[in-house]
Design a protein around this ligand. Structure first.
Ligand code: SAH
Ligand code: SF4
Ligand code: F3S
Length: 440
């Protein structure tokens, strides 16, 4: 049986794509292995979002060169956003590379490409316009939580972002396909799904007839009732509608968490990023969401050091973080990406200043998160038990609340994939601790 090693970089979309590749190649007889020395095929599924992500892949790829020299029969491929962006130039740059495969429908071409790659290096990286076929079983590691892709690509072209170039134009899966996949997961006893797309709340606009994300959620909720938790990521602030807010508030299966990347706190920066909303509009939407869903957790992404970001612009980001009181945020130093308008701006912020600003954002978020977590002490929360979150040797179980907070807890033996009630007793910035009161 041939062996496949998959190395995944990047976001949940890439993780899902790796699971798709594993499923597809299982049909060709490949079994997964962690050990590259026994692999007949290594695929590195790469990310391009920041330069650092690309460098990580290159360094890992380099580490396989000696292996290939010893075992010339093995094949090495690069897939995903990095492959899509760089195309076949990668084959010229890395003589030991056999395969370069882009996103979307290209992933499904891997078996045919491998046949070609038996004789010569090959690339398939035309702009992706399709979707991964629905009839290929996805190789899912977890037996109780699953990613469900609902769309691909992005039409927003934020000034800093490479994704519209790597994942192509926005296209949505038909709702019936999605519902069929969810029904199968439900039958198999899955307890949580996360609907995945670059901007899930613009789902379905181009379908014929159009279907809104709110409608999709209502259909999923009707199907799964209380048996499953439903999550979704990522939402775009400009596409948060009143209908969506009312829908989120009314559906019992949908978790009280929205990841709503703001990127910056100054309207001037947001405009230069071409995000399509102002600070005030963002705050208004979060207020409306929180009013409709009182226990909602709001998390975000922040970019520091966007070109031209002044001290005062940056302090607007800090003040916005306090105003919204995010439950968590993911912060990044701006990284100029090839072909994006922001890379051409002349007033780039020096790296040392970016690093300083990043540290300030991280420290402020720790304070905000700690405050939120301390407020949970004494409360009893619902936790979906998840072995991957347990700290080794701690003797504690772990899981996530509906708000996506990590909880470590003792007081009883619980099985992965069940819902437990946990009373919170301690808090740190990144998780809370508690004791089991009941398991369901
Ligand atoms: N579709 C999502 C974002 C996907 S990319 C959205 O629009 O919200 C994930 C995050 O990476 C972004 O939210 C942004 O904060 C960060 N990011 C994207 N491009 C970047 C760049 N050039 N430099 C630094 N961070 C970047
Ligand atoms: Fe990138 Fe903007 Fe699209 Fe998000 S919405 S993927 S940040 S272009
Ligand atoms: Fe994801 Fe990286 Fe592509 S963040 S969409 S894998 S560029």
């Amino acid at each position: 049986m041939p062996k496949l090693k998959l190395v995944t970089f990047g976001c949940q979309a890439n993780e899902l794509d790796s699971a798709r590749i594993a499923g597809l190649l299982a049909l060709e007889g490949y079994a997964l292995t962690e050990d590259e020395r026994e692999a007949d095929l290594i695929i590195l599924n790469g990310c391009s979002i920041r330069d650092k992500a690309e460098q990580k892949l290159y360094s890992r790829l380099g580490s396989f060169q000696a292996l290939k020299a010893r075992r010339p029969g093995m094949r090495i491929g690069v897939a995903g956003c990095l492959a899509q962006r760089e195309g076949e130039s990668l084959l010229r740059r890395f003589s030991y590379l056999d395969l370069v495969v882009g996103n979307g429908e290209h992933l499904a071409e891997i078996p045919q490409l491998l046949q070609v790659a038996a004789n010569r290096p090959v690339a398939a990286t035309g702009e992706p316009a399709g979707l991964f076929p629905t009839d290929v079983e996805i190789h899912r590691e977890s037996r109780f939580r699953a990613w469900v892709g609902i769309m691909e690509g992005c039409d927003n072209f934020c000034a800093f972002c490479v994704v519209p170039f790597t994942r192509g134009r926005e296209r949505s899966r038909p709702p019936d396909d999605i519902l069929r996949e969810v029904a199968v997961l439900q039958e198999r006893g899955y307890r949580e799904i996360t609907l995945l797309g670059q901007t899930v709340n613009s789902y379905g606009r181009k379908l014929d007839p159009p279907v809104s994300f709110a409608t999709l959620l209502r259909r999923i909720d009707r199907l799964v009732a209380k048996e499953m938790r439903v999550r979704f990521t990522t939402s775009h602030p400009k596409d948060v509608t009143t209908d969506l807010i009312e829908t989120l508030a009314s559906l019992p299966s949908v978790c009280e968490h929205v990841h709503l990347p703001v990127q910056a706190g100054a309207s001037r920066t947001l405009q230069r990023m071409e995000r399509g909303y102002t600070r005030e509009e963002y705050v208004k939407k979060v207020c409306a969401l929180r009013k409709a869903i009182p226990d909602l957790a709001v998390t975000t992404d922040i970019i520091v050091g966007f070109p031209g970001e002044s001290e005062s612009d940056f302090s607007d980001t800090l003040s916005l973080m306090c105003e919204v009181a995010f439950d968590a945020s993911f912060a990044f130093k701006f990284s100029p990406r090839p072909n994006t308008p922001a890379a051409l701006l002349t007033d780039q912020v020096p790296e040392s200043l970016q690093a300083q600003r990043l540290a300030q954002v991280l420290a402020l978020q720790d304070e905000l998160s700690l405050r939120k977590n301390l407020a949970m002490i004494g409360k009893t929360v619902e936790v979906l038990v998840d072995g991957d979150l347990s700290k080794r040797d701690s003797g504690l179980a772990a899981g996530r609340t509906r708000q996506n907070r990590i909880v470590h807890f003792g007081g009883g033996v619980v099985q992965e994939g069940i819902l437990a009630s946990v009373k919170i007793t301690e808090a740190t910035p990144h998780h809370v601790k508690g004791v089991l009161t009941a398991s369901l």
